[in-house]
Design a protein around this ligand. Structure first.
Ligand code: CAA
Ligand code: NAD
Length: 283
């Protein structure tokens, strides 16, 4: 059965972007969050980005209206009962994710595929809490979702070829490029990116240079579009810490030890751009 109706769980920076690109490609999309405030913020962000796309001539007014009419917003996960695909984008925490997957396994039709946008957590372990591990897969979008072309598709131990093919086809329908990756901590993207960000934080922690100077070195010296500390703030320092913890625990290698300064900032509630303060001040 083809994918027509999609629920996205979690209306944060990733979930709202994923819902937007699915709706733009003609899928019927339900965006879900436990918090009404997050849903409202997600909706406002989507509509602002669509307005900007029309302003810039990248999208017609008709396509904007069609995208908006493909989207509904709900705090009820049970509205997934007619969905062909669910893409989960809640906090990077195994307990929270497995609870969501257990609930979805009860709610969704038998044929539905359950995908996770996890940055680093094992798909095999998430799949194991459901009665349909062959239909569970990682669909890892990059931030900001409307701009970035990559989707890492992660096959868990029991993910079927049929499930993989459906998600690869859908990724292409979203005008994104799929890359197939096996289920290993951090997959490819964050196994490479996060140790660089963590090292940049150690560089500040050890007093080698200021955040501004570390970012300037990487931007002007390596042509990175954003310096690693600006990028860490953009991703969310909580998410960066969770990913480093998954790498540290998953590989058991001290080279992945999260920098104490990263822990300290997260404990202080300095989560980066989304909380108004991280390595930089956004207030
Ligand atoms: N959401 C949606 N669209 C955005 C956006 C956002 N947050 N930020 C920028 N854009 C769009 C804008 O629409 C803009 O186009 P218009 O001006 O025509 O509207 C376009 O991107 C370019 O933006 P800017 O000119 O403002 O800025 P820029 O040229 O510096 O580009 C950027 C912004 C694309 C974000 C660029 O800085 C970049 O590529 N940064 C690195 C991003 C990156 O590495 N992402 C991966 C993070 S890791 C990850 O996602 C995985 C994980 O699990 C943590
Ligand atoms: P976020 O903090 O911006 O948003 C998470 C949202 O999930 C919040 O709105 C929260 O209210 C909601 N939520 C929490 N528990 C929920 C539940 N049980 N049911 C429904 N909604 C719930 O986080 P984010 O940056 O969007 O990250 C979400 C996921 O995407 C994480 O797994 C993260 O690792 C992954 N990811 C993040 C990035 C990034 O750059 N931030 C990139 C790729 C993947």
């Amino acid at each position: 059965m083809g994918i027509k109706t999609v629920m996205v769980i979690g209306a944060g920076q990733m979930g709202a972007g994923i819902a937007q690109v699915c709706a733009q490609s003609g899928f019927t999309v339900k965006l879900n969050d436990i918090a009404q405030e997050s849903l409202d913020k997600g909706k406002a962000g989507i509509e602002k980005r669509l307005d900007r796309a029309v302003e810039k001539g990248r999208m017609s007014e008709d396509d904007k209206n069609a995208t908006i009419s493909n989207l509904t917003y709900t705090t009820e996960m049970k509205d997934a009962s007619d969905c062909d695909l669910v893409i989960e984008a809640v906090v990077e925490n195994m307990d929270v994710k497995t609870k969501v997957f257990q609930a979805l396994d009860d709610i969704t039709p038998e044929h539905a595929i359950l995908a996770s946008n996890t940055s680093s957590l094992p798909i095999t372990e998430i799949a194991a809490v459901t009665n349909r591990p062959s239909q569970v897969i990682g669909m890892h979008f990059m931030n900001p979702v409307p701009v970035m072309k990559l989707v890492e598709i992660i096959k868990g131990l029991q993910t079927s070829d049929e499930t993989y093919q459906s998600i690869e086809d859908m990724t292409k329908e979203l005008s994104k490029t799929p890359v197939e990756v096996n289920d290993f901590p951090g997959f490819v993207s964050n196994r490479i990116l996060m140790p660089m960000i963590n090292e940049a934080i150690y560089t500040v922690y050890e007093g080698v240079a200021s955040p501004e100077d570390v970012d300037t070195v990487m931007k002007l010296g390596m042509n990175h579009p954003m310096g690693p500390l600006t990028l860490a703030d953009f991703i969310g320092l909580d998410t960066c810490l969770y990913i480093m913890e998954v790498l540290y625990e998953g590989f058991g290698d001290s080279k992945y030890r999260p920098c104490p300064l990263l822990r300290k900032y997260v404990k202080a509630g300095w989560l980066g751009k989304k909380s108004g303060r991280g390595f930089y001040n956004y207030e």
